[in-house]
Ligand binder design. Structure first.
Ligand code: NAP
Length: 237
């Protein structure tokens, strides 16, 4: 049975990835910051079956690395897939009002943490040489729209990172893909309250990526609800 390492597992998008992994009969290795976050994930999913939790600080440049070290040592389950969606504030703060600490906090959370997740797991997946491996990240169309400058700048920084990763893995055993999301997704109970898309429905996209070996080094656009039923993807370079 395969395992998906999920970084940012307790967020709206992470919950959709955990849902997709479990629905497609895979196990999950979820990195959480503490027990409260682990409990939140179990509440959203409805059970802890199939999920191994590990506590780590994904904002630090040694957090994900420490998890991979434990996998290598055999104290945590081996994984074949990675999904990353660590995220910061979704705020409209105008550029002039963004403080240095707000800027740095958000680049640390929404850019650096996803970069560390990539840099510190990809070597492990390459070593395993599993031809079915995948690495998936969720970015947002804010990176182009910029109505919300703080998340816009962090998403904009992720775009070239995902393009480089797509190029660097074009001929490896890892299918690297970016999900480019253009509407709001929230965990199911909040989505119903707020009239937005449910994480469990958005999970279809990750399930389709896992199931389709043709999708590689691509941007998967999720711009309307039709994109939750059929993958809309194109090569990133
Ligand atoms: N939701 C959307 O509709 C949407 C749309 C387009 C793009 N995106 C992108 O997807 C990514 C995730 O979005 P989301 O809605 O899932 O965000 P979210 O619900 O706020 O979740 C963010 C995740 O990052 C973790 N995290 C945040 N700050 C942390 C910290 N200081 N230390 C440790 N972990 C921390 C959270 O852990 P805790 O649970 O412990 O706080 C959670 O697992 C973002 O980059 C966002 O731009 C989302």
């Amino acid at each position: 049975m395969e395992t998906v390492l999920v970084v940012g597992a307790t967020g709206n998008i992470g919950v959709s990835a955990v849902t997709a992994a479990l629905r497609s009969k895979r196990n999950v290795l979820a990195i959480v910051r503490n027990q409260t976050s682990a409990d939140k994930l179990v509440k959203y999913i409805g059970s802890s079956k199939g999920i191994t939790f590990v506590e780590a600080n994904v904002l630090s440049d040694s957090g994900v690395k420490g998890v991979v070290d434990q996998v290598r040592a055999g104290t945590l389950p081996a994984f074949q897939h990675v999904f990353s969606s660590v995220g910061g504030e979704y705020t409209t703060t105008p550029l002039l009002e963004i403080t240095t600490s707000q800027l740095r906090r958000n680049f640390n959370t929404s850019f650096e943490a996803n970069f560390f997740a990539y840099r510190d797991t990809i070597g492990y997946l390459l070593e395993q040489k599993n031809p079915a491996s995948t690495w998936t990240i969720c970015t947002g169309s804010q990176g182009d729209l910029a109505t919300h400058p703080v998340p816009a700048m962090t998403q904009g920084a992720l775009f070239p990172m995902t393009k480089a990763a797509a190029r660097e893995n074009e001929s490896t055993n890892i299918r690297f893909n970016e999900i480019y999301l253009a509407f709001r997704v929230e965990v199911d109970e909040l989505a119903v309250q707020h009239g937005v898309t449910k994480a469990s429905d958005f999970g279809n996209v990750y399930e389709m990526i896992l199931a389709n070996p043709e999708v590689r080094s691509s941007r998967v656009r999720v711009e309307d609800v039709e994109d939750l039923k059929k993958l809309n993807y194109q090569k990133k370079f």
